[in-house]
Write a protein that binds this ligand. Structure first.
Ligand SMILES: NC(=O)c1ccc[n+]([C@@H]2O[C@H](COP(=O)([O-])OP(=O)(O)OC[C@H]3O[C@@H](n4cnc5c(N)ncnc54)[C@H](O)[C@@H]3O)[C@@H](O)[C@H]2O)c1
Length: 312
């Protein structure tokens, strides 16, 4: 999409990050968020995201040149917007009330995407008279840094809307996947949850410490997963016949491991054990410092693994 107007509804943690990304792509951004200090928070968010957007090649500008406008009325913010990203709190009542306010003002060819993590598309659609241009556009935090967006439509979605939404996201530097069926947690959060479940089980069972389980991922398969997904990697793990050989060779092993995987709950006892494990690893009280380390390393990994994101 060439330069156009994008509306951001809800400018908290996620909305601010989307705003920086849309500005970096050269889109004028219209914001609606009822918080008193929203302008300051958004400008601070853009200032802190901008060096990373430059570093990732998502902008060559020293500072944003596209316009940023704040509205007190959501219907004015969406007027004339080609794409609307909704990132208001994850409460269905708040999202529905906002949809009712904006629906009459949304252009007939605009797309509305919700960042919702936990709510399903059909729950979101219930807030609309005509939900044909509403999709799920679920980012990973922070959206200006992590490339993935999970996009979903369903039988109520107009033909082509999912493809157009994906094309828009890709034009601003994202990588998209399509979620074809409604499931709590969509795709990526379910995968995270599945892995964390087993990580916790291993700690609960005394197989390894919190620190060592984390190292087992970060210095092992996690490095490969940043480059290729698990099935592709196993395709490379057999001989030249690829995945067929791998599956033939390791059927018994995987079935045995799957039968043995744990099913812990995140209860008070488990939480205490994990928190203690983090403290034992010397990580307590260092959240800001470690977040900087994470983002610094992530930038290197993203630049290495996603060179096609570079728009410049
Ligand atoms: N935090 C994450 O890691 C994450 C990741 C992916 C998706 N999401 C999703 O993004 C959405 C926003 O999450 P967040 O973490 O940014 O929340 P947040 O609480 O940081 O931000 C929400 C913002 O919405 C504003 N708001 C409240 N009522 C509003 C209304 N009626 N209209 C417009 N704005 C309103 C608030 O003032 C606040 O600035 C949620 O649906 C969440 O599930 C969050």
């Amino acid at each position: 999409m060439s330069r156009s107007r994008v509306a951001v509804l809800g400018a908290g943690l996620i909305g601010r990050s989307w705003t920086a990304l849309f500005l970096a792509a050269g889109h004028d951004v219209a914001i609606y968020d009822p918080a008193d200090n929203v302008e300051d928070l958004v400008r601070e968010g853009i200032d802190s995201a901008w060096p990373m957007l430059q570093r990732l090649g998502l902008t060559t500008e020293e500072r944003p040149t596209a316009t940023l406008t704040f509205y007190a009325d959501p219907s004015k913010a969406v007027k004339g917007a080609a794409f609307i990203q909704e990132s208001v709190p994850e409460r269905i009542g708040i999202k529905r009330a906002l949809y009712a306010l904006i629906e009459p003002a949304v252009a007939s060819d605009a797309i509305v995407a919700s960042s919702a993590s936990g709510l399903t598309l059909s729950e979101l659609q219930s807030g609309w008279q005509d939900a044909s241009r509403l999709v799920l556009g679920h980012p990973f935090n922070p959206p200006h840094l992590i490339p993935l967006v999970e996009v979903m439509g369903n039988e109520r979605t107009a033909p082509g809307v999912v493809d157009t939404a994906r094309a828009f996201y890709e034009s601003v530097g994202k990588v998209t996947i399509e979620v074809k069926r409604e499931m709590p947690g969509h795709v990526a959060n379910r995968l995270q949850a599945a892995l964390w479940r087993e990580a916790i089980h291993l700690v609960n069972e005394g197989v390894a410490s919190v620190a060592d389980v984390d190292t087992a991922i970060a210095s092992g398969p996690g490095l490969r997963w940043a480059v290729m997904g698990p099935t592709t990697l196993f395709h490379l793990g057999g001989d030249e016949e690829g995945l067929q050989t791998f599956c033939d060779r390791y059927t018994d092993s995987f079935n045995r491991w799957w039968d043995d995987l744990g099913d812990p709950r995140l209860d008070a006892e488990t939480t205490e054990r994990l928190v203690q494990g983090v403290a034992d690893a010397g990580l307590a009280g260092r959240v800001d410092e470690l977040s900087e380390v994470r983002d610094e390393r992530l930038a290197e990994v993203i630049a290495a693994t996603h060179p096609r994101l570079r728009r410049t």
